[in-house]
Design a binder for this molecule. Sequence first.
Ligand code: AMP
Ligand code: ZN
Length: 725
Amino acid sequence: MLTLFNTLTGDKEPFQPITPGLAKIYSCGPTVYRFPHIGNMRIYLMSDWLRRALEYFGCRVVHVKNITDIGHMRQEMLERGEDKVIAAARAAGKTPLEIAQYYTEAFFLDERKLNILPAQHFPRATEHVPEMIAIVENLMGQGYAYQSGGNIYFDVKGFEGYGRLSGNRLESLLEGVRVEADTSKRNPEDFTLWKFAEPGREMKWPSPWGEGFPGWHIECSAMSMKYLGEEFDIHTGGVDNIFPHHEGEIAQSEAAVGHRVVNHWVHGQHLLADGLKMAKSTGNAYIIADIEKRGYDPLAFRYLCLGAHYRSRLNFTIGSLKAAQARLLKLRKNAALLAGETGGVGSRSPRCAHWELEFGQAVADDLALPRALTVLWRMLKADLSAGEKLWLLWEFDRVLGLDIKGWLYENQKTRRDVQEPLKERKAHRESSSFIEADQLREMIMATGYEIMDTSEGPLAIRNPYLTMGAGKGGAEPVSSSAEVESLISEPDGCEFSVNLLAHDNFPELKRCLDSVLSWSEGYDLEIILVQNGSLDETAELIEDFSVVHENLRIIDADHYLGEAAGRNVGLKQSCGKYVILLDGCAELKGDVFGPIRETLADEKVGVTGARGVLTEDLHEFKDAPTPRVDAMLGYCFAFRRGLLSEVGLMDEKFRFYRNLDLDYSFQFRDKGYILQTTPDLPIQIYDRMDWAAMPQDERDRNSKKNFYRFLTRWHHRTDLLKSKP
Ligand code: AMP
Ligand code: ZN
């Protein structure tokens, strides 16, 4: 029937359900105190396709997807910097359970929007604590678990198979686990089954070991076995669940029942954005609402995911989403034409068998859906009748889940809105009043319909995205700095290039830009403003600037590229003899251009600016009292453009701005240039808006991440410091 890769064996294996004709699947579900991002949704799409494939092959499926509503909230808040959401909900007087309920519903809505079939059971962790306690008691009774410091731990050394799934040997685990530094454990790799409730904790339950709450892995052992029995077929999750979550789950479940519980472990690869795993904490996560806001149909994301095998990483870009949406629309139009010709009724014939076979083979080959999709497109072009094509399309969509039927139905329903103008247009065409006919066509399109003239007459296709933001007008927005043309080796085109970044910061940006405009008179200057994926009104408001200021150029990024990549877009497009990077939070209070030019006239000087710092050990940085500095602060960072080809662009791993200026400064030092501030440069610095809006823990986390990035690269280069001649 179906071969499926099994993480446990590292092989593709024929899938054989324990009970013939019935597949039992357990999927690790969402943690519900934030919106799931589309990377999370990719995993739920994978389990949906798996379920649909099994059903397509005639297997009944029982699907269980748990809801993790025991956020280990306090801990995770700190770890993931998500206290904003919880704080907001708390401020609104909500309990953790109400918060969980809110995000559970949001999750269900996202699943519906992606046409994911609802699991038959969505067990909530909070409603299964007694089952978890029972397993912990069982493990205690058998000697697999022990109590220490008020907590119950699983004794990993007592379970022989530990490490089988992830391939992690105990010895090599020690490193990774040690960070927890929990001194109550016998062995550092032991994991928590039950934790005592610290004072003030809201979510807690009575247990034989006092009030407390369960560990994360035990949830899934308890709920999977409760709904699917002590032996079931398939367990799914993302690859980051393999260790420690699923490794722990196997140990607990198998120790408790004394035999193998799950036959087949299926893990989906990550969705990336800007080359990094999508995660809220990385700042590269999109939620379904984000893509809708940009004018995309969530089903276009489903289509996009069909284009990559579930065991391959997939790098998400708005550009690829746009392409997927175009393909999906094309598919829908095809369906509308076929439905128009056949009255919506497909017809199976012996000629279909060949296509069914080819499609089925792709699906059965470890869910090779990209291949299955190409079979669909070839079928639509093949020499088949409209009825046959339609029948096959309905069949294939049972697996693909693009809900073409649902779309057609909606389209037919709403088409009534344009019946009248369509009729009128037809009359104009018949009387050769083509100008009037075309005007009507435009009018119909403006209401969100495309018109296709078919042999059966005109067909209106609802395409609400025609009237929405996606890809509307102007130059195409960029998705990465790599796709921006580099002018670095071109001759100078003006004297100064002032580079600005816009990202949800209109008020400060306007103040900065106004000051540049008022102090740059008489200079030959261009302003390059990279609109770095703003989601608020900033993007719209700055469009007006370019109308007023002819030497201002806006380059639009279709999402937040990160600080360094956004800067690189501007750097690649600059053509001034001098480049000045300004932060939105800076305001010019006088002429800076003349003084900067003067400092940079000295060929030894690589970078100048308003403020710099000194360090002796690369760990501590102090404001510099003298012009010579070790690093220039990014508020104002100016250099000769000619140096770019030697020094290079910024390191795009810096998505957050802090310490990026240190890193870039050292690139100039590394090439032998000195860094020298221009004293008394008339610039006033305010707090950055993004910084001011960021909670303390997030500030710390982001800053630390960037600092280590800087340190890893430069820690051995104390020779570059001013204090070391
Ligand atoms: P969570 O809500 O954090 O428990 O995550 C839900 C699911 O999403 C888990 O199966 C994770 O493995 C998976 N996941 C998390 N990040 C990504 C990503 N960037 N791409 C794909 N799956 C992910
Ligand atoms: Zn789980």
